[in-house]
Design a protein around this ligand. Sequence first.
Ligand SMILES: NC(=O)c1ccc[n+]([C@@H]2O[C@H](COP(=O)([O-])OP(=O)(O)OC[C@H]3O[C@@H](n4cnc5c(N)ncnc54)[C@H](OP(=O)(O)O)[C@@H]3O)[C@@H](O)[C@H]2O)c1
Length: 257
Amino acid sequence: MKIEGKTVVITGASAGIGRACGKAFAAEGARCLLLARRGERLAELAAEIRERHGVEVLDTVLDVRDRRAVESFFGTLDGGWAAIDILVNNAGLARGLAPIHEGDPCDWDEMIDTNVRGLLNVTRAVLPGMVRRGAGHVINIGSIAGHEVYPSGNVYCATKHAVAALTRAMGIDLLGTGVRVSSVDPGMVETEFSAVRFHGDEARARAVYEGFAALRPEDVAEAVLFCATRPPHANVRELILMPSAQAAAVHLHREAR
Ligand SMILES: NC(=O)c1ccc[n+]([C@@H]2O[C@H](COP(=O)([O-])OP(=O)(O)OC[C@H]3O[C@@H](n4cnc5c(N)ncnc54)[C@H](OP(=O)(O)O)[C@@H]3O)[C@@H](O)[C@H]2O)c1
């Protein structure tokens, strides 16, 4: 399917995978609606995309955890932007890495509120229009952590297992509506993810990727674009994309330094 002229919503577009998705879809001629909490970052990306690709871009500060704000934003989108063709549910985070008996419940709340409730808030606001129009595509960014669990990854893994379950459940509920549902589930990607996980401890975040060829956000964006461009009769349900140097969540090959 051609992407040119389609309207694409990307949550968490201010960094990492979401930002790369914005660039990748814009390069194919999509109109991009970019959402995240850091407005300055979004505005910079929007300006760059407009200049480079000449497509329409709307950037708006939106916290996916805020259900009322999400409902109000999507409920009042003007005509040109109201018909959303593709939703990339990318906004998400890990907070902390601790055994379950030592974990910080505030970290747990933030992950559950963002990765599960946030994804549901946006999906619930966007899907009725897709179903009414008989066309649309929801692409969830899951994770290898939705297929496996790893030591101290407990609650983050649980949220990504929830995303995997929701992708499958949505696929069933939307059968016959013309709306497709996919998930792209990456292994390790070098983004701000680890800095966020370790509450800004950059040295600890850097160490995660040391001696290891992680995926680039652009690799994931390409996979998302692949899902979005299948012909109407074909759908990618789950696409697991791993670095060549990662066999499973905790099985990595690091080059000696
Ligand atoms: N990096 C990896 O190794 C990896 C692997 C598998 C899956 N993933 C998944 O990929 C997705 C993107 O992560 P990333 O690696 O690109 O991390 P990142 O560089 O930290 O980007 C995360 C994005 O999510 C946004 N976000 C976080 N909380 C939000 C909220 N409440 N409302 C709106 N936006 C919010 C952030 O924007 P603001 O802070 O500006 O709001 C940012 O744009 C996540 O779902 C993550 O779980 C990552």
